[in-house]
Design a binder for this molecule. Structure first.
Ligand code: AVJ
Length: 321
């Protein structure tokens, strides 16, 4: 028993590394090389993303916040006594604070996130500022199996999935995710989803390839992370950032472009890059409101309201099960 415990404790970080190594090798072995976008968010990546949200070109964060503020009355209509708000993948506390301000009857807030550390900090802040709301964080991956804490039992439920995180999923996976949220929250529940909208190429391309180069650093940090954490001899400077809206597929694609032919050694394997060959690092799907409404309907949600900004850059969907 002792040996097992020791082994588990000592092995835990290595198991995490092994999953990372496995995903990196798997992605870089495909004809179109790819890396999972979830690995962007180490400490440096999360800091860079924060910086992205404040860039003049990156409209989603500030536009969604403005919608939540300006449409507080419409959101307030969702309020029910004893309401529990369940946030999938808690991000900025500014968004949940804005939402909670619009919903007077919230009794319980359940943020679900893989980072326990992050959740603990956020929960403490919210408890101090909003003493009337019980905060019960759940450490977990909202794309995997989920269960609500006992505190949520019997309460009216409202899911919150802001930030256009849904855009990172293939449309079929997005539908599956919304169906799982529907199963978790149950009939009669609500769901608020932030969805980025289709718009002219120039606006989209600038949002993902900003003049200050912050998004480029965010994309390249993925390589720095691989070098650092997996001990790979790899020069991020040998790759360039590329982000382009693919209108046929309605998504902004981010790639890392090999500046010249090169080889890297990863986990005992040699990965070869031709000059200009790319690693596909992220998709950010953009929807037309009617298409997202149809996707949500297939997942068991009907549209109660679509809240948007005056320029129709971004939409906050209010859905009902
Ligand atoms: C956090 C996934 C919503 O797709 O806009 C920002 C990530 N990538 N700039 C997005 C991102 C490049 C962002 N999401």
């Amino acid at each position: 028993m002792q040996a097992l415990t020791d082994g588990y404790l000592a092995g835990a970080p290595r198991i995490r590394d092994r999953a990372f190594l496995h995903d990196v090798l798997d992605g870089l072995s495909r004809p179109q090389k790819t890396l999972p976008a979830k690995y962007f968010y180490d400490l440096e990546g999360s800091r860079l993303f924060e910086e992205i949200t404040r860039l003049p070109e990156y409209y989603p964060t500030r536009t969604e916040l403005a919608i939540l503020r300006d449409e507080a009355a419409a959101i307030g209509r969702l309020s029910k006594p004893g309401l529990a708000v369940v946030e999938f993948g808690s991000g900025s506390t500014e968004k949940i604070r804005t939402l909670l301000r619009a919903l007077p009857d919230v009794a319980l807030y359940v943020p679900i996130d893989v980072s326990g550390e992050y959740l603990g900090g956020e929960a403490a802040q919210l408890r101090a500022d909003l003493p009337d709301i019980e905060v019960v964080p759940v450490i977990g991956d909202f794309t995997a199996e989920l269960a609500l804490p006992p505190e949520a039992r019997g309460r009216p439920l409202l899911g919150f999935f802001p930030g256009s995180t849904i855009g990172n999923f293939e449309p079929e996976a997005a539908e599956g995710l919304l169906a799982r949220f529907r199963a978790l929250l149950g009939s009669g529940s609500g769901l608020i989803v932030g969805v980025d909208l289709v718009k002219p190429d120039a606006i989209l391309n600038a949002a993902y390839d900003d003049a200050a180069g912050v998004t480029a650093r965010f994309n390249l940090n993925l390589l720095a992370r691989i070098a650092r954490e997996l001990g790979v001899d790899l020069d991020p400077g040998a790759f360039a950032h590329r982000a382009l809206f693919n209108r046929a597929r309605s998504r902004v694609e981010m790639h890392l472009v090999s500046r010249h032919a090169q080889e890297i050694r990863v986990g005992g394997r040699t990965i070869r890059f031709a000059e200009a060959e790319t690693i596909h690092t992220e998709n950010s799907y953009k929807y037309r409101p009617a298409d997202f409404e149809a996707l949500a309907a297939r997942a068991g949600w009907r549209r109660e309201a679509v809240l948007t900004d005056p320029e129709s850059l971004f939409a906050v969907f209010v859905l009902r099960a």
